[in-house]
Write a protein that binds this ligand. Structure first.
Ligand code: AHR
Length: 509
């Protein structure tokens, strides 16, 4: 068995982990909203048509913030279509996903659902085909107490109290040619500066997220952020970026090492923030809002790798041209291996807690998601549900620096340790929680845990995500093929990490 040691000292921290690290995203895409969170007539639906079986799982995940309504969808969306009596709402072509949008569900339904689910909404405004006035009107509709056209209309539509939505995204992936109303960095900057101005005039208390660049195969990657932040830095609170990991035949070891790719991605965004800050002598710090991250294997999009995004003007879906309502698209089936990789990405988030304040697992239900529903039927947890749940449950507190002594392996990202940890100190429980990957495909690793300055802590719990068949998936009929397994604790200061596994180790008094 291989041997490794993880060291952590109470005096060396990375930073406090913001609860918003465990946020998520719901888009009008496929079956995320319709027959995901909203399915009137379903046996588990309440009087508003919200599926309570789904809401129970969302509550179990303890998601603090939920981004809505897109995604690519938002750049084609007119929020006015989704308010007022449902029978009057127009059916529209949604260009982003070649679907029909019925508009039965809009901002009022979303805010009502969010309140019931105990999540805080984060709303994206349309800066593609939408106007800056539409963005200001939406803030007025949601946040102004009353006595104006839009705020009184909200009251008339059933919500006299303002929603007081704090987090607002200035568009979505505006760098990409697949985005309706795609803009150059210069044109986006002009539009976003004016939108931010108007939105803040309506409600000065809101927090704004600037749309940064996400795709390193685009020639504008990072240069977009430099141009845009030069004028927008002082007008916003966060820089957004997205990152999807793909199992594109790179081999298991390289796929597992994807945590490193996300680490580089986050550090690239951080570097451009620091460059713009230094160059322009700006004072404040800007945090990263990684408002879309996940494994996405493009199981129903004609793409071989993420590089194929370059030059695309639309996502070529298996449903393309059919203009269906809530088609079953992007319904990825996640394997045990995908779940281990998602756990690894979570480790990277924790190790970057000093720069990432908001992170949204994309998405929450049915669409590249941890929760899958059957229309008219049941609901189950996909494999990736489990690492996200564990991160949300045990990953609250202070991210601590971790140093590892371990055998290494060669990967596309250079020579890497076979184990990759993130260490969290939870002050309330006085526990140290270690999330750790064993990237070795063939051998277990004995991990010695060397903690300094925390008192005499012992291993209390060890949960692992592993199995003989990395390709196994959960289904509605076999929903527990992939779950976290509890390992018997045999030693106070060490654990055995199964081959190809993601682990949670809890140490306490
Ligand atoms: O989450 C799916 C899509 O991925 C989003 O609509 C878009 O922002 C990104 O390209």
């Amino acid at each position: 068995m291989k041997k490794a040691t993880c060291f952590s000292d109470r005096h060396y921290s990375i930073g406090r982990i913001d609860d918003k690290m465990y946020s998520s995203f719901t888009e009008h895409l496929g079956r995320c909203i319709y027959s995901g969170i909203y399915e009137p007539g379903h046996p588990a639906a309440d009087e508003d048509g919200f599926r309570m079986d789904v809401m129970d799982l969302v509550k179990e995940l303890n998601v603090p913030v939920l981004r809505y309504p897109g995604g690519n969808f938002v750049s084609c969306y007119d929020w006015h279509d989704g308010i007022g009596p449902k029978e009057n709402r127009p059916k529209r072509m949604d260009y982003a996903w070649t679907s029909i949008e019925t508009n039965e569900f809009g901002i009022d339904e979303f805010c009502k659902w969010a309140k019931k689910a105990g999540v805080e909404p984060m709303i994206a405004v349309n800066l593609g085909t939408g106007s800056i006035k539409d963005a200001g009107d939406l803030v007025e509709y949601c946040n102004h107490p009353g006595g104006t056209y839009w705020s009184d209309l909200r009251a008339k539509n059933g919500s006299p109290e303002p929603y007081n939505i704090k987090y607002w995204c200035l568009g979505n992936e505006m760098e990409g040619s697949w985005q309706a109303g795609h803009l150059s960095a210069e044109d986006y900057t002009k539009k976003a500066v004016e939108a931010a101005k108007i939105m803040r005039w309506v409600d000065p208390s809101i927090k704004l997220v600037a749309c940064g660049s996400s795709y390193d195969m685009l020639p504008t990657y990072l240069e977009w952020d430099r141009v845009m932040l030069t004028d927008l830095y002082n007008e916003v609170d966060y820089l957004s970026t997205h990152n999807y990991t793909m199992n594109a035949g790179q081999g298991t070891a390289n796929y597992e090492a994807s945590y490193k790719q996300l680490d580089e991605h986050i550090k690239n965004s951080k570097t451009v923030i620091e460059y713009v800050k230094a160059k322009n002598h700006f004072q404040k710090d800007l945090k990263i809002c990684l408002d879309e991250w996940n494994v996405w294997n493009f199981q129903d999009i004609k793409m071989n790798s993420l590089a194929d995004l370059q030059g695309m003007t639309t996502f070529e879906m298996t449903s393309a041209g059919r203009w269906e309502t809530a088609p079953s698209i992007l319904q990825e089936k996640y394997s045990l291996l995908d779940a281990v990789v998602v756990g690894g990405l979570g480790i990277t988030l924790l190790n970057n807690a000093d720069s990432v304040e908001i992170a949204c697992l994309a998405q929450l239900i049915n669409v590249i998601a941890p929760i899958t529903t059957v229309r008219g039927g049941g609901v189950y947890r996909q494999a990736i549900y489990h690492p996200f749940h564990m991160l949300s449950k045990y990953g609250r507190g202070i991210a601590m620096k971790a140093v590892v002594e371990a055998p290494t392996y060669s990967s596309n990202y250079g020579e890497l340790n076979v184990v990759e940890p993130a260490v969290v100190y939870n002050e309330e429980s006085r526990e140290v929680r270690i999330f750790v990957l064993n990237c070795d495909e063939n051998e277990d690793v004995e991990l010695a845990i060397n903690l300094q300055g925390y008192g005499d802590l012992k291993v209390k719990k060890h949960l692992t995500l592993c199995g003989e068949n990395p390709e196994i998936i959960n289904t509605i009929d076999e929903p527990e093929n992939v779950t976290m397994k509890e390992v018997e604790v045999k030693a106070e200061k060490s654990v055995v990490l199964p081959k190809l596994s993601w682990n949670v180790v809890v140490l306490g008094k």
